[in-house]
Design a protein around this ligand. Structure first.
Ligand code: PLP
Length: 423
């Protein structure tokens, strides 16, 4: 049996209907923004492998840091024990996060970082003897696939089998241009009519919804409304964190800072699964008590894994280099030029850019579904042409590794433009 036959025999892939899905591609090697399959065909990874890999595949600097940590202390339990990589990472992160963030809690992936934030929001009020059990979230949000994260997510086919089994979540419209007031009014209304504990949002860009963007001023207003009503705010920066929006965090564009932040994806540069939820001092204090029942009884076996921490520290070092900061600016400028050129195309409804994130919406007669035929035709076309792009319905987005070269980036644009001819 070859690799793909064995894959079909043994594996169950994520987000995959195995009866109708095409066979997967076996990747054997990666370097920078490039990947190679088992037949040595080359691909430009224009989505940084689900947004985790800004510094390039098989990055030597991160690999060396991991090796060094693996051969010093690979893992130790974090209950009752601690270690330098976790402490140094927490200190370094808190120094670059909004200044109201004071405490770092570790977990393993984006969904668990959200799960922790939602549990803290709910237990915060429980500890204070106040009945607040509703979570507010945006329409079409994506916060992950564990149960509370899934409840907060609004993309229906991810969650429809589980309707009726969720914590209480009420949705408000995303304040995209022209819908700001509707979003503010709905939020006020929801807060008046429910016992709201927290509001979770993807700041400035909704990733899985198709890179839907809205303005920092609108989010400032929403956070303000929450603050006036003692509703906790949770910025899910799992996708937007570590430079993607042009600033280190999307929250850096805000005047109002959230009470909690969720980080994962690019945290370790695509090397080791790890996530972090950060909190204000007030939230930590709401659990700080003689009474053990007020503690946060949440943890994961691999919490604060030292190897993951070393990978995150190396990643942060890379992000802060002049070279990487220049890359962010260079990619943004390229995106803006491409936007100018492509948005006049008769097949394009709109194009939008924030930082290294680019998205274009293709004109379609009918509304294109998430994994519909148009989407599949586009995906196949990109793969044929050696570019990894995963359209969301009729939205094609580019979110490349920061180390992508200009030549590679131009290739991605060319293939995206050519794809408009096959629609
Ligand atoms: C990917 C993502 C998650 C879930 O992260 P996983 O590591 O896949 O569990 C949560 N929130 C946002 C905004 C994401 O993009």
């Amino acid at each position: 049996m070859n690799l793909i036959e064995k894959d079909s025999q043994y594996l169950w892939h994520p987000y995959t209907q195995h009866k109708t899905a095409a066979l997967p591609i076996a990747i054997t090697k990666g370097e920078g923004a490039l990947l190679w399959d088992e037949n040595n065909k080359e691909y430009v990874d224009a989505i940084a492998s689900w947004w985790v890999n800004p510094y390039g595949h098989s990055n030597k600097f991160i690999a060396d840091a991991i090796y060094k940590q693996l051969t010093t202390l690979e893992h130790v339990l974090f209950g009752g024990f601690t270690h330098e990589p976790a402490i140094v990472l927490a200190e370094k992160l808190l120094a670059i996060l909004p200044t109201n963030q004071k405490k770092v809690f570790f977990s393993d992936n984006g969904s668990t970082s959200v799960e922790v934030a939602i549990k803290v929001a709910l237990q915060n009020f429980y500890n204070k003897g106040e009945k607040r059990t509703t979570i507010i979230a945006f329409e079409n949000a994506f916060h992950g696939d564990t149960f509370a994260a899934m409840a907060a997510s609004g993309i229906s086919f991810y969650t429809q089998a589980f309707q009726g089994m969720f914590i209480d979540v009420v949705r408000i419209p995303v304040p995209v241009e022209g819908r700001e007031q509707e979003s503010f009014d709905t939020l006020k209304n929801v807060i008046q009519n429910h016992n709201c504990a927290g509001f979770i949002f993807e700041p400035l860009v909704q990733g899985a919804a198709g890179m839907v963007m809205y303005k920092p001023e609108a989010l400032d207003t929403l956070i303000q409304i929450c603050r006036e009503n003692k509703v906790l705010t949770i910025a899910d920066e799992v996708m937007t964190g570590f430079g993607k929006t042009g600033k280190t965090f999307a929250c850096d564009y805000l005047k109002e800072k959230p009470d909690m932040m969720c980080l994962s994806k690019a945290l370790t540069g695509g090397t080791i699964p790890m996530a972090i939820t950060t909190f204000t001092q007030d939230l930590f204090d709401a659990f700080y008590d003689e009474d053990i029942n007020k503690a946060l009884f949440h943890g994961h076996t691999f919490t604060a894994n030292p190897t993951g921490c070393a990978a995150a520290l190396a990643s942060l070092t890379l992000l802060e280099t002049d070279e990487m900061q220049q890359n962010l600016i260079r990619i943004n400028q390229n995106h803006l030029e491409f936007k100018k050129r492509i948005e006049k195309h008769p097949m394009v409804t709109t194009a939008r850019v924030l930082g290294v994130i680019f998205a274009l919406e293709i004109k379609t007669e009918t509304s294109a579904s998430y994994y519909g035929t148009l989407r599949n035709r586009l995906y196949d076309f990109f793969i044929e042409n050696g570019v990894i792009l995963r359209p969301v319905g009729n939205i094609v987005y580019i979110l490349p590794p920061y180390v992508i070269t200009d030549v590679q980036l131009q290739k991605v644009y060319e293939v995206a433009e050519k794809a408009l001819e096959i629609v």
